[in-house]
Design a protein around this ligand. Structure first.
Ligand SMILES: [Zn+2]
Length: 534
């Protein structure tokens, strides 16, 4: 057989969790055509992978790259990590279905999480997929549909349950997106408007997608003060009532009063699994989280969409009420840590100087209380302001990383270091998540065996998604793979200088085409929108 590409002399770690073995891989027509001793086989292109590991392309279980690739089609921040598929639509935010407000209205409502320069011209998953594929992108995307988008599409932006008719419409919209290929539905239960949903509303929507094979429920849960166990229990309950598998997103402990109590949280997953439910989780390897700054505002002020929130912020009485409410902390009583909250981006040039500074420092500069500094920034930036919060400890990160039913999801975006985001200071997980695990945690500290780490990055998420022909190095599977040096792979991005590509990944193939070759991005755009069941 003559191959398009032949990778020889490497150690194949196939994504199943099995240990590596020294075999060659031949690629033809976008597929893994042969695995074995292939020296002497004819090939247009032969890669000598001696001393390197060949692994299935990483499937990032938790990304927000729904629309970034339209701005930065190369997706360099992820491509150089060996990521070949981004799971999108997380935390309740997806760029479809458009529903009542139309595409532009949905875009405004999805706010900073799905911010991009791209115009939204579609109204459904199919339309978004076509726009993405025809623009051309380097990575594959595997979409979820967001519960926040479904609520907006059905006109339920307020803090109230849907009427019976609205719930019928929401169920229809959820099922329609899953029918078109969404892998499941996500919620973001500290994020408006998803957070206004009660358990039964979500269970009803989960039930609406349950007839579709592999469709699952993903949740950014109610991580409020005192909810570290209840948040998981609510997720399990929704899975049970809705009859769907559950993916608990970015599991972590962000409340210093309960550091070290991860056992209590994963016990909920273990119990659900013992009852026969398919419940899993994902995590990323940093002691900081990131989000829009408005996430920590009182929930009443966010009701009804971003314009309604800004109107309240600009009313002196409501602003005072918010200021007073914030004295009790955020998320129902988490203490503020103003010195550990750093601004990651702002929309205006006028405030560019606050990027990278803490809310404590910004408040000091302005001579105001940090609560007022926070309210003022959201007001001045019309909500276009992001924050990183250093709120976790390393031992908890390692605990969740080692948990048997945890896979890896970066919560980052695929962007370019000289693209539209270049003036921001995004969370370094955009650039470093996977090499950080392989370099720091696998090689340097022995927290995970290499084959287990790779399973958590490829075969395991592929199983959750129900992908039939990705996530493993196996004959007939799509040729999504990477070649990396296990002795040198490492992340470089940090909170001060986040736009630094990881190194140690020499080759990355997406659908058989090289997007990274000898450590250089080729500019190829072989990415596709994957569909459930495909
Ligand atoms: Zn989230």
């Amino acid at each position: 057989m003559a191959f398009e590409t032949l990778i020889t002399g490497g150690e194949i770690v196939d994504g199943s969790g099995s240990k590596g073995r020294p075999v060659d891989v031949g690629i033809l027509d976008g597929r893994i055509a042969a695995i074995g001793t292939l020296d002497g086989a004819e090939s247009a292109n032969t890669i000598d992978a001696s001393g390197q590991v060949v692994a299935p392309g990483f499937i990032d279980m938790h990304s927000h790259s729904d629309v970034n690739l339209l701005d930065d089609p190369g997706g360099e921040s992820k491509a150089f990590q060996g990521v070949t598929t981004e799971v999108t639509g997380n935390c309740s935010f997806s760029p479809f279905p458009a529903g009542k407000l139309g595409a532009g209205g949905l875009r405004d409502a999805m706010g900073t999480i799905l911010r991009s320069q791209a115009e939204w011209t579609w109204s459904s998953l199919d339309g978004w997929a076509e726009a993405t594929e025809s623009a051309g992108v380097s990575l594959n995307l595997a979409p979820l549909v967001g519960h926040g988008a479904i609520r907006v599409a059905a006109g339920v932006n307020e803090n109230r349950p849907p009427t019976p008719d609205e719930l019928v419409e929401m169920r229809r919209l959820a099922a329609e997106s899953v029918e078109q290929g969404a892998f499941g539905m996500s919620t973001g239960l500290t994020l408006a408007p998803s957070m206004y949903a009660e358990t039964d509303e979500i269970a009803s929507l989960a039930e609406a997608i349950s007839p579709y094979e592999h469709a699952f429920y993903a949740t950014h849960a109610r991580v409020w003060a005192g909810w570290h166990v209840r948040a998981l229990e609510e997720a399990a309950k929704i899975g049970r009532k809705g009859g769907v598998p559950v993916q608990f997103s970015h599991i972590a402990i962000g409340d210093s009063r309960i550091f070290g109590r991860g056992e209590e949280m994963v016990a909920v997953i273990d119990r659900a699994r013992a009852e026969g439910m398919d419940m899993t989780c994902d995590m990323y390897p940093y002691t900081a989280g990131a989000s829009g700054l408005n996430q920590s505002l009182p929930s009443w002020i966010q009701e009804g969409g971003i314009d309604a929130m800004l109107a309240r912020l600009r009313s002196p009485t409501d602003r005072q009420r918010a200021f007073d409410d914030m004295a009790e902390g955020h998320f129902g009583g988490l203490p503020w840590t103003w010195d550990k909250m750093f601004i990651t981006y702002v929309g205006s040039d006028a405030n560019r100087g606050v990027v990278g500074r803490s809310l404590e420092a910004i408040a000091e500069d302005r001579g105001v209380d940090p609560r007022e500094a926070m309210l003022a920034l959201i007001d001045e930036e019309s909500n276009n302001v992001g924050v990183v919060g250093h709120n976790r400890i390393e031992s908890d990160v390692r605990f969740f990383m080692q948990y048997e039913h945890a896979m890896i999801g970066s919560d980052g975006r695929a962007i370019s270091p000289d693209g539209w985001w270049a003036t921001d200071k995004p969370h370094p997980r955009f650039y470093g998540c996977y090499p950080r695990i392989l370099g720091r945690y696998v090689r340097d500290d022995g927290v995970l065996p290499l084959e287990t780490a790779i399973y958590k990055m490829s075969g395991f998420p592929a199983k959750r998604l129900g992908l039939k022909d990705r996530g493993l190095i196996k004959e007939g599977f799509a040729a999504d793979l990477l070649v990396f040096d296990p002795d040198t792979i490492i992340d470089h991005a940090d909170f001060d200088e986040p736009h630094q590509l990881s190194t140690g990944v020499s080759h990355v193939y997406v659908n058989g085409q090289a997007i990274i070759s000898d450590g250089t991005h080729t500019g190829a755009r072989p990415g596709r929108v994957l569909r459930r069941g495909g």
